[in-house]
Design a protein around this ligand. Structure first.
Ligand code: SAH
Length: 220
């Protein structure tokens, strides 16, 4: 899928190419992910005051006490989710936030189902993603603990907020052979985990230490 960028001010290609070089030095190898991140304007997902910092490798505030994940984390989680399959059908995302991770996923998988518990954040994300003409996305204003049973099972689940433990409903909504990428743990001691559902249970891999906002209950 090629993004339509008409009418959207792009920062220089050089800035985005620098970001991609940095990501490959940091160990991101999936060429398709790197190309998509090179071609997706990250600055349109933030307030103008911060947009000059959009391509730095840092998390930045998006309002309501939330942050946009740093480019490395977006790339890493996407790479872990795709694994060797290179392609996924239905993907559930918990924590739409500003919509940047959603934009990357929507260009790699058939359909993204994204849940957010802060309505104004999701509305804003939806308008940015609409501007990018990304239409294979469904939005739900809800508590991600519940998943989205109407469309389960999912081939992939990606959470960008950290619960203390994996919510059981999300485990149930993962297809056999499906993969979930999720940060787990209390603030200051979180690890990124990849859960693969097999015919007989779940394989859990503990990966690197990470820092995410908490996975909260209920809606705001
Ligand atoms: N990928 C997003 C990350 C935003 S931060 C981005 O790059 O912008 C994490 C998001 O998860 C926040 O928007 C927060 O409101 C949301 N979140 C936290 N707990 C949640 C829950 N239980 N259900 C849905 N969204 C949740």
């Amino acid at each position: 899928m090629k993004l339509t960028l008409q009418g959207i001010g792009m920062t220089s290609l050089r800035t985005r190419e620098r970001m991609i070089k940095r990501l490959s030095v940091q160990g991101i190898h999936n060429k398709k992910i790197l190309e998509i991140m090179r071609d997706t304007p990250r600055h349109i997902f933030m307030d103008e005051a911060l947009s000059s910092r959009a391509y730095e490798d840092t998390a930045l505030p998006i309002g309501y006490n939330q942050t946009i994940s740093q480019p490395y984390i977006v790339a890493k989680m996407t790479e872990l989710l795709l694994g060797s399959s290179g392609h996924l059908g239905k993907v559930l995302e918990i924590g739409t936030g500003c919509g940047y991770q959603t934009a990357i996923l929507a260009q790699l998988v058939d359909h993204v189902y994204t849940i957010e518990r802060i309505l104004p954040l999701q509305r804003k994300a939806q308008s940015y993603l609409w501007d990018l003409k990304l239409k294979n996305i469904s939005y739900l204003y809800s508590d991600g603990h519940l998943g989205w049973p109407d469309y389960a099972p999912f081939d992939g689940i990606l959470a960008s907020a950290a619960p203390a433990e994996i919510p059981p409903q999300l485990l149930q909504q993962l297809a056999i052979g499906g993969v979930m990428v999720i940060p787990i743990g209390m603030s200051g001691q979180q690890t990124l985990q990849r859960v693969t559902r097999t015919a007989s249970g779940y394989d859990i891999e503990e990966l690197e230490a990470v820092t995410f906002v908490p996975f909260l209950s209920g809606k705001e």
